[in-house]
Ligand binder design. Structure first.
Ligand code: ADP
Length: 268
């Protein structure tokens, strides 16, 4: 009797486990559907009209030289704010795409000098005449990385250096190769980050000074972390004595492409 009883309990427990598994799978499928709906709604319902507002405001400012100063200023506010909202929307979209396990790297052999160069090019306008001092030794190895995503990481870090340090102060970008890894450091001359916040800044939506007008939604560094970690690397924040914030990216080195998979011939 005891054997039959134990058998019955084991069967019931197994059924409950399978039912729980099925429910978990259904919840995950619902969450995925919700995420996709949110993504397409953000991109179509928000990004598209914002792009049209930016285009229209920029055209009016460009074409109508006869605008009164106050009108021009008002339009510039419309343009700046719409651009800011568009940037935030893009970051939300990027984050939603990348925080799922869907992140797909398109890696290739890349020179870090080129990626730094194109990130600086993209930020040319916001840099104004701020000095960017790069130390990228000639001997740097090629890296097996996704150039588009790694450029995005650099853009986010340099944008932050611009936002959180006084206008005109320099930004230092240094690269070096260590025995087993490649290191890239971005240093600014702002107030830096409080010691108890250096880890928190990589959390989604975390801002050290949420009351401040400055800054965005707190997603830029979370995105950097997702991208760097997808490459098998790590990113840390700290402060340089006498300078400001310091962000260090470390990527395992040497980075090699995965070995090609041999096609099965079915012979032999
Ligand atoms: P945000 O869009 O607010 O800049 P991030 O994720 O890029 O979001 O950064 C998170 C927070 O970390 C920022 O709100 C800011 O308080 C702090 N932070 C980031 N970079 C720097 C920096 N270079 N110097 C000082 N604080 C920084």
């Amino acid at each position: 009797f005891i054997d039959t009883f134990c058998h019955l309990i084991a069967q019931t427990l197994e059924r409950l486990r399978l039912a729980a598994q099925a429910r978990e799978a259904a919840i995950q499928a619902d969450a995925e559907a919700l995420r996709n709906a949110l993504l397409s709604s953000i991109s179509h319902d928000l990004r598209t009209p914002l792009t049209r507002i930016i285009g229209a405001a920029a055209t009016v400012i460009e074409r109508h030289g006869e605008l009164a100063t106050s009108e021009r200023q008002d339009l510039q506010i419309v343009l700046d704010e719409a651009q800011r909202m568009a940037e935030l929307t893009d970051k939300l979209l990027d984050m939603a795409r990348m925080s799922s396990e869907q992140i797909v790297l398109h890696c290739d052999w890349n020179m870090i000098e080129e990626i730094v160069g194109s990130a600086l090019n993209r930020l040319n306008k916001s840099l104004h005449d701020r000095p960017v001092r790069t130390r990228l030794p000639d001997s740097l190895p090629l890296l097996w990385i996704d150039a588009v995503l790694m450029e995005q990481v650099l853009v986010n870090l340099i944008e932050n250096a611009i936002k959180y340090s006084p206008p005109g102060s320099p930004i230092d970008i240094e690269a070096s190769s260590l025995a087993a890894s490649f290191r890239l450091t971005i240093v600014d001359y702002g107030a830096g980050i409080a010691k108890d916040q250096v880890d928190k800044v990589f959390q989604k939506f975390y801002r050290c000074h949420p009351e401040s007008e400055q800054g965005g939604v707190g997603l830029g560094l979370a995105l950097c972390k997702v991208i760097v970690e997808a490459h098998g690397g790590c990113i840390t924040a700290g402060n340089r004595p006498g300078k400001g914030a310091e962000f260090v990216i470390e990527l395992p080195f040497p980075h090699a492409p995965p070995a090609p998979v041999e096609a099965e011939t079915g012979e032999g």
